[in-house]
Structures are given as structure tokens and as C-alpha cells.
Design a protein around this ligand. Structure first.
Ligand code: MG
Length: 410
């Protein structure tokens, strides 16, 4: 199927920063996909927290598996809207590569510690990674990605930073809209994590069957799922504690099917509501999309359902006592590591600041690239090898740490 006239293509793209040889077997966006897939930062997502951190088990999503799920949703949405599926897949794969270990906690802690040193923001870090820190090419720094891939990775940005970044930050200054592929990936991310977190939280026993039944949209999806099976009852909490393997399997399959139905319903709503907006707006080019208010989005009812689900997850999953207690320990690990490296940069296995950067920036780069496990191993190593670096920190920093905000999504 041909691309819509307003989709991003090689023809209307602003191209790469450095000229690159033309590939005969892959288009420019397929090459960007490969560049992200083969990056160190992408690979490390397998050891980074989505909601549950690596030290709490292995039955849940990591940042890498979450990114693959976002890719799948983004592809489905963009295919139906005749948008550039490969660009969307690349953005999905890369949308979280700037995340620090331990999920949003890592972002919050680095932001606090970097407050007087230029700040830390994972979307900006993603751009910094692909433009500077990832360096597999002899000819230049960075991955030399297409403009639209780079601007898509910079999802949020302060005005001050946007001014420093030039063209790629422009839309954050003039209020123009990003390409539809970028908008589609943002929504696909939200759809993917909202439903996956529900499933993971149930598997991790943070939510009971009664909690699931009280989840916005769950009862409606259960009715749709059970309609072809008259007399089928929803599994109870007892069924999940049963030793009957078949009952257990069926119970799990029902819960997963219902959540899958909720997700499919959300994707269908997004596609249909976006189609309607496109029919009304009739954009004829990518430039017209940029000048128009965002066109990808839910219907009013779909948006209300999505917001209710997010509010439910904030209250029942992200601020669950289990999650908050794990985060307290992880906060200490990150604070300790940051201060220890600032005092002794040589401990960062030879990594010094980039030209013009402060030691603090080098430390933020180093820590944000770590997996959960490596951050903990480094903390344990420094405790043993350089206790003087950590001993002086604990009391003062913990007193100074602001309360954890639950507002942000994972
Ligand atoms: Mg995400």
C-alpha cells in the first residue's frame, strides 16, 4: 500500500546531518531502524526497569520488551493510517533509550542531582545518545539518523534546551506539530504500557481479581470476551491459588484475553478517531500536518477511558507500597553513585567528560547508561573498594531528598 501524501518519506525528509552512501537494499528509515537496534543503549534496555526492577524477579516487562510491544502497536496503527511504519517502528524501539536505570525514579534522581548542572531529561538524553554518545562510525560522532527520527526522539524539551538544539528542537519553540508517525508512537506507548502494567501487576500479585474487576474498562471487555461462552464465570482469587493446573491455565488465559481485548479496543478507537480527524482536516502534505493541531488521538470516549485507566494505575500500581519501598533503596544507590563518581571520576572506568562538558554531565551520562544490575554491582563495589566515598554521603543526601512524585507515568 502506498504512503499517504502527508506521511514522512525519503522524498519529504530533511535528511541526515552528514551525507551517507545510498543503500540499494534498504531505505533511509530502515537503516535508522538498524542503527537503533544495534546501539549499546538499546541493548541495555533489557536490564532496565519498566515498572518492576531487575532485583524483584523476571516475570514482567523490561524496557526492552516494552519497547518491542510499542513497536508492534505503532506498526499496526501506522499501517492502517498509511503512515511510514518503519519510522514509527524505529521511534518505538528508541523511545526509551535515554532512560536511566530503575525507571522513572532514575530520571527523577538524576534530574535532582543535575539541577545546578544543566538538568537531566530522558528524551533529551535519547537525542544526546544518538547524536553524540553512540559512536560506531569512524567518520563522525553519533548515529547520523534522519531528521524526523531525531525530532521524534525529542518528545519533550524545555524552551532553553530547544534553543540550544536548533532545528531539531524548533517545534518545541513554535508550537508546531510533529509528523503523524511521532504522534502515533506517543499514543502507542501509552496504550502499550497501560495494559501491560495491568497484566504485570496482576502476575506480581500487586492487584487481585477484585482489583482487576474494578479496573476502568475491564468489565466491558469481560462481557465482550464471555459473550460466546454462556455460563462462563470470571475466575476468582481462589482459582489463582488452586493447585489445579488446568483451572489455573484457564484463569490466566481469561485475564490475558480480557486485557488484550481492552488494548485492541483502545487501538481501534485511536485509528478510527484519527481517520475522522484526517478526513475533516484533509492535510495534503507533511508541512500541512506540522501546521495543524495534533491529528492522532482517541475519540472523547476513548480518551476518557484511557485517562481513567491511567489514574487507576497511578493509584494502585505505581504508588503501591511494594514499588515505593523498592524505589527507596534504589534512590540511595543512585545518589551514592553520583556523588562518588563526582568525587572520584577515575572510578568511571576511564570515562571522562565530552569536550566542553562538566564532570557532572559525564557522571549523568555514565549512570544513565547503566542497567539496574550494573548500578547495584557498582554500588556494592564502591562500598567495598572506596567506602570513604560513600560513608560521608548517606545521612545528608537522604535528608535532602524530596518526596517521590507519583504523578509521572513509567
Ligand atoms: Mg515507554
Amino acid at each position: 500500500m502506498s504512503l499517504a501524501p502527508y506521511a514522512v518519506s525519503e522524498e519529504n525528509s530533511r535528511g541526515r546531518r552528514f551525507s551517507a552512501t545510498i543503500s540499494r537494499d534498504r531505505n533511509a528509515f530502515e537503516r535508522d531502524y538498524s542503527r537503533i537496534l544495534h546501539s549499546d543503549a538499546y541493548r541495555r534496555l533489557q536490564g532496565k526497569t519498566q515498572v518492576f526492577s531487575a532485583n524483584t524477579g523476571d516475570r514482567f516487562r523490561t524496557r526492552a520488551s516494552h519497547s518491542a510491544e510499542v513497536e508492534q502497536v505503532s506498526r499496526a496503527v501506522c499501517r492502517q493510517l498509511r503512515l511510514n511504519e518503519t519510522l514509527a517502528a524505529t521511534l518505538a524501539l528508541g523511545h526509551d533509550i535515554g532512560h536511566a536505570p530503575f525507571g522513572h525514579l532514575g530520571q527523577d534522581v538524576l534530574q535532582e542531582l543535575m539541577a545546578d548542572h544543566g538538568g537531566f531529561e530522558h528524551n533529551h538524553q535519547a537525542l544526546r545518545l544518538v547524536d553524540l554518545l553512540e559512536s560506531p562510525y569512524f567518520e563522525h560522532r553519533g548515529l547520523n539518523l534522519m531528521f524526523e527520527t531525531r525530532e521524534g526522539l525529542l518528545k519533550h524539551c524545555t524552551a532553553e534546551r530547544a534553543r540550544q538544539l536548533g532545528d531539531v528542537g524548533q517545534r518545541h519553540l513554535d508550537g508546531s506539530s510533529p509528523p503523524l508517525e511521532v504522534q502515533a508512537v506517543d499514543w502507542s506507548d501509552a496504550i502499550a504500557y497501560c495494559h501491560a502494567d495491568l497484566e504485570d501487576a496482576f502476575v506480581m500479585k500487586l492487584l487481585t481479581v477484585d482489583d482487576l474487576l474494578a479496573t476502568p474498562g475491564y468489565q466491558e471487555a469481560w462481557k465482550r470476551f464471555s459473550a460466546p461462552y454462556p455460563g462462563l464465570a470470571h475466575p476468582t482469587q481462589c482459582d489463582f491459588q488452586s493447585r489445579d493446573a488446568d483451572a489455573l491455565r484457564k484463569g490466566k488465559a481469561i485475564v490475558r484475553s480480557v486485557i488484550r481485548d481492552m488494548m485492541t479496543t483502545a487501538i481501534d478507537d485511536l485509528v478510527m478517531a484519527t481517520r475522522k480527524r484526517l478526513e475533516l482536516a484533509q492535510p495534503q502534505s507533511l508541512d500541512e500536518v506540522r501546521r495543524h493541531s495534533p491529528l492522532v488521538g482517541f475519540s472523547d470516549a476513548g480518551l476518557a477511558q484511557h485517562r481513567a485507566l491511567k489514574a487507576f494505575s497511578r493509584e494502585n500500581i505505581y504508588s503501591h507500597p511494594f514499588i515505593t519501598s523498592v524505589r527507596k533503596q534504589e534512590r540511595v544507590v543512585l545518589q551514592d553513585l553520583f556523588q562518588a563518581y563526582v568525587q572520584a571520576p577515575d572510578e568511571m572506568s576511564g570515562r571522562g567528560p565530552e569536550p566542553g562538558d562538566s564532570v557532572h554531565r559525564a557522571v549523568a551520562d555514565h549512570i544513565s547508561g547503566m542497567t539496574d544490575r550494573y548500578a547495584q554491582e557498582e554500588h556494592a563495589r564502591l562500598l567495598q573498594a572506596r567506602p570513604e566515598l560513600l560513608a560521608s554521603l548517606q545521612s545528608g543526601l537522604q535528608d535532602a531528598a524530596p518526596a517521590r512524585s507519583n504523578k509521572r507515568r513509567p
